[in-house]
Design a protein around this ligand. Structure first.
Ligand code: ZN
Length: 457
C-alpha cells in the first residue's frame, strides 16, 4: 500500500532527515535581535532551497522585517496551507546551556534520543516534520498528493509585526487554500497526540487612577486626602466574586457551554489537576468554583491583574501618599466574547467605582477574539484518526489556554480553519536553555503528517 511505502521511506531516511534538521538548527535565526538579521535571511534561504530541491516553486518575500518563505505545489483537490516559523528565541542566559545552542547534536536521554539545540522543538524541528513527510511522499510517488502552499515566517518569536500586512497584501494567493496546517503546538501528554480546536483570545488594559495633583506627605495629608492606591485596589479586588466569576457587566456574553461530546473527551484525558498545580507549589484551583481545572484553562474566560504599582517601592521607606496608582489587567477570552465590548464595559465599571476627586485614564493594549475551529468539518475527524493510527494513544481534541494569533489571522483574513497539530512535549524547554526535541516527536511527527496527507487528499 502506498502509505506504507511512504512510512517505510521515512523510517529509512531518518538519519538523513536528522542531519538536515541539524543543518537548519546551526543557523542562529534569532528574530528579535537585529544583529542576527542576516542569519534569519539565511534560514529563509535554506528553507526555500530545500523546498526547491523537492521540485516546489518557492521564494523569499521581503517584508519590512524578516522575509517570508512561500512555496506552491499545484494540483487538484483539497488545498492545504502549511505554516511554521524559522526564527528562534534568544539564547540568554548562555551560561545555563550545556553546549553551544547553535551547535546542535543528537543525545541519549533516559527516555530515548533527543535533538538538542535552540529551535529544535520551537519551531524548526516541528516545521521539518512536514517537509520530511512531503520529501518521502515525493520520493515514493514522484509528486505530492495535491495542492499545497508552504508558508514560513521569521518573526513569530518577536510578535509577527509583518504577518497581518503580508496576509492582507497576499490574500488572493494564500486564500486559495481550503485548510491550514499549523505545526507549533504539542502532544497532550507523552504518547497522546492532540488537535487544538479552541484558543483563548486576549484583551489587555492599563489603568491609571489619579487623586491629588501631586505626591503628598502622609503625615500632613493622610486622612482627608484620598489615596489612589486604595481606590485602585478596591476596584481590582471587586473584579471577581466569591465564586471566582468575573464581575465586569456583560462579561459572559458569548461564552458557550462546553458541548457534551467534548466534555466527555476531556474527562477521559484524566487531567491531573493536583499534579499540574503541585508542580508550581499550589494545591487548589482558584478559578470559577463550579468548573474543572481543565475547563478553567481551555474553555472559560479569566481576568488577571498582571502588574500593579504606585507610591514608593524602593529600598527603605518613604511615607508618600501618591498622586497616581497604576495596574495592568488582562482578560483571556473564549467563544464569541467581544474584546472591544468588554474593554468598554471594564472602563465604565472603573469609572462608576471612582470616588469624588479621582479620575481614571486608560491605555488599551492587545485585543483579539478567541478562535474556535469548525470541528464539524470531516477533515478534523480524518486527521484525528490518522494521528490515532500513528501514536500509542488515541488523539484528542484539546483547548489551548494561551493565544496562537496565527490561527485567528488565517480565519479572519484568509477565512480558513486551521488544524493545530504538533508533537512538542512539556519538557522540551522551549524559549529556555537546553531546548530539545524528542527523536520520537521528530520521527512520529513526520509519519503523522504522511498519514494526515493520505487522509486529507
Ligand atoms: Zn513557536
Amino acid at each position: 500500500m502506498s502509505l506504507d511505502a511512504v512510512l517505510s521511506r521515512l523510517d529509512a531516511d531518518l538519519p538523513q532527515a536528522t542531519e538536515r534538521l541539524l543543518g537548519l538548527l546551526r543557523i542562529p535565526s534569532i528574530s528579535t535581535d537585529p544583529a542576527y538579521a542576516a542569519d534569519c535571511r539565511r534560514a529563509a534561504e535554506w528553507l526555500a532551497e530545500d523546498l526547491r530541491s523537492l521540485g516546489i516553486e518557492a521564494d523569499l518575500r521581503d517584508t519590512p522585517g524578516h522575509p517570508m518563505v512561500v512555496g506552491h505545489v499545484p494540483g487538484e483537490g483539497r488545498h492545504l496551507l502549511f505554516y511554521g516559523h524559522y526564527d528562534v528565541q534568544p539564547v540568554d542566559p548562555l551560561d545555563l546551556w550545556h553546549r553551544d545552542p547553535f551547535d546542535p547534536e543528537v543525545q541519549d536521554a533516559p527516555h530515548g534520543q533527543v535533538i538538542r539545540g535552540r529551535g529544535a522543538a520551537d519551531d524548526k524541528g516541528q516545521l521539518m516534520t512536514f517537509i520530511e513527510a512531503c520529501r518521502a511522499w515525493k520520493a515514493v510517488h514522484g509528486s505530492l498528493p495535491g495542492p499545497i502552499t508552504f508558508f514560513f515566517e521569521g518573526e513569530e518569536e518577536s510578535g509577527s509585526p509583518s504577518l497581518v500586512p503580508f496576509l492582507e497584501e497576499n490574500r488572493d494567493e494564500l486564500a486559495a487554500a481550503d485548510l491550514a496546517l499549523i505545526c507549533d503546538t504539542g502532544l497532550f501528554a507523552p504518547g497522546v497526540p492532540a488537535i487544538c480546536t479552541q484558543l483563548r483570545g486576549m484583551l489587555q488594559e492599563e489603568v491609571t487612577i489619579t487623586g491629588p495633583d501631586r505626591d503628598l506627605h502622609s503625615g500632613a495629608y493622610g486622612g482627608p486626602a484620598i489615596n489612589p492606591i486604595r481606590v485602585l485596589t478596591r476596584i481590582l479586588a471587586g473584579l471577581h466574586d466569591a465564586e471566582g466569576r468575573v464581575t465586569v457587566p456583560g462579561f459572559y456574553d458569548g461564552v458557550p457551554e462546553l458541548p457534551e461530546t467534548l466534555r466527555r473527551q476531556w474527562e477521559a484525558l484524566g487531567f491531573d489537576a493536583e499534579g499540574f498545580l503541585g508542580d508550581v507549589g499550589l494545591s487548589v484551583p482558584a478559578g470559577e468554583t463550579d468548573r474543572s481545572a481543565l475547563e478553567q484553562i481551555w474553555s472559560r474566560p479569566t481576568a488577571e491583574v498582571n502588574g500593579i504599582w504606585g507610591g514608593y517601592t524602593g529600598a527603605g521607606f518613604k511615607t508618600v501618599l501618591p498622586s497616581q496608582a497604576h495596574a495592568k489587567i488582562s482578560f483571556r477570552l473564549v467563544g464569541t466574547q467581544d474584546p472591544l465590548a468588554i474593554r468598554k464595559a471594564f472602563r465604565a465599571m472603573v469609572e462608576d467605582a471612582l470616588p469624588a476627586d479621582c479620575t481614571a485614564s486608560f491605555v488599551g493594549h492587545g485585543a483579539s477574539p478567541a478562535s474556535q475551529m469548525a470541528i464539524g468539518d470531516p477533515a478534523f475527524e480524518a486527521a484525528r484518526r490518522a494521528l490515532s493510527d500513528e501514536w500509542p494513544h488515541e488523539a484528542a481534541y484539546v483547548g489551548g489556554g494561551g493565544s496562537i494569533p496565527i490561527a485567528g489571522y488565517f480565519k479572519s483574513i484568509l477565512e480558513i480553519d486551521s488544524l493545530l497539530i504538533g508533537f512538542g512535549k512539556d519538557d522540551d524547554q522551549i524559549h529556555s536553555p537546553n531546548e530539545k526535541y524528542d527523536m520520537e516527536s521528530f520521527h512520529r511527527g513526520m509519519r503523522s503528517w504522511a498519514r494526515i496527507l493520505d487522509a486529507l487528499t
